[in-house]
Ligand binder design. Sequence first.
Ligand SMILES: Cc1cc2nc3c(=O)[nH]c(=O)nc-3n(C[C@H](O)[C@H](O)[C@H](O)COP(=O)(O)OP(=O)(O)OC[C@H]3O[C@@H](n4cnc5c(N)ncnc54)[C@H](O)[C@@H]3O)c2cc1C
Length: 444
Amino acid sequence: MSRVPATNLQLKNDSRIGVVGGGPAGSFFALHVLRFAAQKKLRLHVTIFEGRDFSRAGPVGCAKCAGLLSAGAQRHLKTLNLTLPSEIIQSTADSYVLHMAGGTVEIFPPHHNRKIISVYRGRGPRLSPLSESVNFDEWLLHQAEQAGACIKFCAVTAITAGPHPAVHTGQTGYHFDLIVLACGINGRRIQFNGFDYHPPQTKMMIQDELAQLPGQNRRIHVYFGRRRGIIFGATVPKGNFTNISLLTTDDRPSLKTVDRFLAESRAGGQTQRLCGCKPHIAVSRAQGYFADHFVAIGDAAATRLYKDGIGSAARTAERAAYTAVYSGIGAANFRRRYVPLCRRIALDNFFGRLLFASWEMTNRLPWLTHLWLHALNAVGGRLHSADRCRLALWNMFTGDDSYRHIFFSLLHPGVVGLLLTVGWRLRRGQPEIKKVGETGEHIQ
Ligand SMILES: Cc1cc2nc3c(=O)[nH]c(=O)nc-3n(C[C@H](O)[C@H](O)[C@H](O)COP(=O)(O)OP(=O)(O)OC[C@H]3O[C@@H](n4cnc5c(N)ncnc54)[C@H](O)[C@@H]3O)c2cc1C
């Protein structure tokens, strides 16, 4: 990438950057911008405004997320020389168990070194708080502080445009050379004066936490298609607890849906609900997310559909920081260097939408569900193609690969051949293809 400035709006020594939001996007931005500035021997002053009270358990101090860290997000921490302390890591799961109308299939990681890590984005469940040291967001924010950022724990109420745009917290205004909007989509309302920023469209989800369900501490369960009104449900092990996340067909779902889900999925042994929240998830790109002296990152700009929001926050943060330091802080700089990444994310989400729609259709048609379950469970003859299917689903659940790549990998002639073979055998009532587990093998 050439480093020729597209405008004369540049960061200089002692330039001031205000970051609104101290979630993953805000902290990653601060870490990257200070790293790039050090490379360029530039002295910057970075202030992060964070409105959450990390000392409180439950939704008030939490980012309301299942807390899975994709391989990409984990790699990103490594590029910043950051190692997650063991107390932050709540669980390391070995597999995903996919539940569909006609049966289940367990999907294992394609490589031993691909781990699924879960973390808390707050202090744990409201009715069963954990120690302060488990909070991933607080830890990451602390890393940004140690790298030189100044943290102000207060809510931002308004942002005003201008050559030195201002961040307002109640009565106080702070002027900066660049404002970075990293407030996500679940925070307090911010008034935008002089900016044409429109946040992404969202859908409401439901979350809760239960005491650990028996036998679930190393598996993530994903549920499709069975339960009325629930498009997608997942249970994620987190230390002594299990997180439940549900996406429903209802625009304003009720927390009672969790009870129905538990009863119908029989996922629950212990069913006392310990937390409960209804966070939004972003399903489109924001509008007006860059301008002179202004850029939005993370959920506030563009994120992957239903997956790897933390990884997307890290990627957008890094690209925006690179642009600001090496290209400039004008709208033209962001359009040229930063927008292509957000467009790529949005385009990839188009393939994500196709995949989720096809998957939903599969779950509505019993014969198709049956076919897929047999194909996913197959070992032997067309093993390579069955592996391809399992890898595609693994990547779809974890967010480890782009939706576009997953989509085209499922159109591979080998996969089509496998489905045709399985369909033909099922139709002729031939003995089932051997299943994963029966031979003691699984994909590695
Ligand atoms: C139910 C659910 C489950 C999810 N599961 C996963 C998962 O398992 N893995 C994954 O990678 N992603 C997951 N996501 C997505 C993930 O939560 C987001 O993509 C990610 O948190 C985005 O990071 P961010 O920093 O952009 O925003 P956020 O994490 O929302 O951080 C924004 C920060 O800004 C602060 N803030 C907001 N407004 C203000 C204000 N006015 N003043 C001051 N501070 C403010 C907030 O307090 C917060 O700390 C899930 C989302 C949902 C809804």
